[in-house]
Each structure stands twice: as structure tokens, then as C-alpha cells.
Design a protein around this ligand. Structure first.
Ligand code: NAD
Length: 249
């Protein structure tokens, strides 16, 4: 099956990749719903990512800031899966990389920022929920380290949150529209490291399929969309992806 998918990728001209938390676990960042996932081990942690709780409860915000300080993502480096997608771009095949991840590792691996759609935002910036002011996350974390447990916005005193999309928060409509457009015109959609259960973005998979693209899923566990895929490859992403994207000799 790997050889067949490799041949599809060699023949493809416009690949769209959709990545999820599973592509970053080999960099030391746990996913949410995998067997070792943050929510699988501690369902309460989901509260920190829910807008309503975050806005209403200072205790939730204090916990959220502490968990941001401790995030393994600050030390993480891109792995072979991220590097493989950067290779696919260098080969001129990758049209768009839609990522559900907020860790910025695709860009660190060499994927061009203009091809990456961070559909769930980024943890590398903080956003004021009142005035919309954006600040590098590192600066706000310095304030937390200095003793502010729930640092307010320096411009307006509003609540600061990482610039990620929480549950209960809308996606950026322009990003979603761009992702759907890319899915509609691609000839191969590569879904990597996602349970494909978070909507609306998982919806780009059936959009691509209906528009005539091949759909390839690379994931260790079954996903919601395995039935509509042309190929499902199960195994570690860091091993499988490099084998799929290397150019023929
Ligand atoms: P998920 O947690 O729902 O699913 C991850 C999937 O990847 C699981 O099916 C798991 O079995 C698989 N997986 C994990 N490691 C793998 C590996 N090395 N090789 C192959 N498969 C592997 O992820 P999701 O669908 O992306 O949804 C989680 C949401 O949480 C996302 O929307 C994202 O915004 C956010 N999130 C982001 C990060 C990050 O930025 N790194 C981390 C955790 C969660």
C-alpha cells in the first residue's frame, strides 16, 4: 500500500495536507484523544480549553497560565513527519497545509508560513479578548513567571488568552473558507495524525473527496473518515510520512 500511495503522491500536482495533534506527539507534545492524550488521562483538562469557563472563572485562567508555562511545546523540535511535509513543499507538490495544531512546528520545519493555515490558531501569541491586541506569548509568560497569576491586557485591562481557538469560540471564517477552497481544488488530500472528529475542519476531507481528489489517511488509530479514504496507512507518522514523500530515484 505504501508504494501505491507514494506513486499517487508522485503523480499529484496539488496536495493538501491536514494535520492534527498526532504529527507532534513524536516531538514530545501529547495529543488530546490518543491513548496517552491529555484529555484521555484527565478529562477535567478540557475545561481549560473551553471559552465559557475561561472567561467566567479566574481559577480556570490561573490554571491555564500555569499549564501554558509548563507546555512541552516550548522545548519541542520538529520531527521527521513535519520535515516530510516541508520536503513535499520543496518538491512543488504541496498546495496548502491546514493544521489543527497550535505549536508552530510546521513553520519551524521549513513549511512556508503563507502555505500554512493554523485553523485553531497559535499558542505563540496571546490575544486580548476585549480589545483584540496581540502580544508574543513569551512576553506574557514572563509576567506569569514574575508572579502575575492571571495577567490582564496592558492596553485595556481585558482578559488575555493564548491566540488559540477554544471550544465555544468561532474559527476565523476567512481561514476556514481558504481551507475549503484548497480542499476543493486539490488532487490528493493527506490527513495526518488526526481523529478527524473536530468539526468544521474535518469537513474538508469529504469536500476534497466529493471534488474528485484521492484521500489518504495516515494515523495510528482508526479515524472518523477511514471509510471514505482511498488508502489508510496505520503506524507511526515519523516513519510513514518520510517514506511517502521522498522523490523517486
Ligand atoms: P486528536 O488528539 O483528536 O487525535 C490525534 C490522533 O493522532 C489520534 O488518533 C492518535 O492515535 C494519533 N497519533 C498520535 N500520535 C501518533 C503518531 N506518532 N503516529 C501516528 N498516529 C498518531 O487530535 P486532533 O484530531 O488533531 O484534535 C485535537 C485538537 O486539539 C486539535 O484540534 C488541536 O487544535 C488541538 N491540539 C493541538 C496540539 C498541538 O498543537 N500539538 C496538541 C494537542 C491538541
Amino acid at each position: 500500500m505504501i508504494e501505491r500511495v507514494r506513486a499517487w503522491i508522485d503523480a499529484a500536482e496539488r496536495v493538501v495536507a491536514l494535520t492534527g495533534a498526532g504529527i507532534s506527539t513524536e516531538s514530545g507534545i501529547p495529543d488530546f484523544r490518543g491513548p496517552q492524550g491529555v484529555w484521555t488521562r484527565n478529562p477535567e483538562a478540557e475545561k481549560l480549553a473551553t471559552l465559557q469557563h475561561y472567561m467566567a472563572d479566574p481559577e480556570v485562567r490561573k490554571l491555564a497560565w500555569r499549564s501554558r508555562l509548563d507546555s512541552p511545546a516550548w522545548r519541542a523540535k520538529p520531527n521527521d513527519g513535519h520535515l516530510a511535509l516541508a520536503t513535499l513543499e520543496r518538491r512543488g507538490k504541496l498546495d496548502t497545509l491546514i493544521t489543527q495544531n497550535v505549536d508552530g512546528l510546521h513553520q519551524m520545519a521549513g513549511s512556508s508560513a503563507e502555505r500554512v493555515i493554523e485553523i485553531h490558531g497559535t499558542m505563540r501569541e496571546a490575544n486580548c479578548m476585549a480589545c483584540g491586541d496581540r502580544t508574543p506569548m513569551e512576553r506574557v509568560l514572563d509576567r506569569v513567571r514574575a508572579g502575575e497569576e492571571d495577567p490582564p491586557c496592558r492596553s485595556c485591562g481585558g482578559i488575555l488568552k493564548s491566540a488559540t481557538i477554544s471550544f465555544g469560540q468561532s474559527l476565523v471564517q476567512a481561514d476556514l473558507a481558504r481551507a475549503e477552497r484548497a480542499a476543493r481544488r486539490c488532487d490528493l488530500l493527506l490527513a495526518v495524525g488526526s481523529t478527524l472528529s473536530v468539526f468544521p475542519i474535518a469537513g474538508v476531507v469529504p469536500v476534497a473527496k466529493e471534488a474528485g481528489a484521492r484521500v489518504v489517511i495516515v494515523n495510528a488509530a482508526p479515524t472518523q473518515m477511514d471509510d471514505l479514504a482511498d488508502a489508510v496507512l496505520r503506524g507511526p507518522i515519523g516513519e510513514l510520512l518520510p517514506r511517502l514523500v521522498t522523490a523517486p530515484a
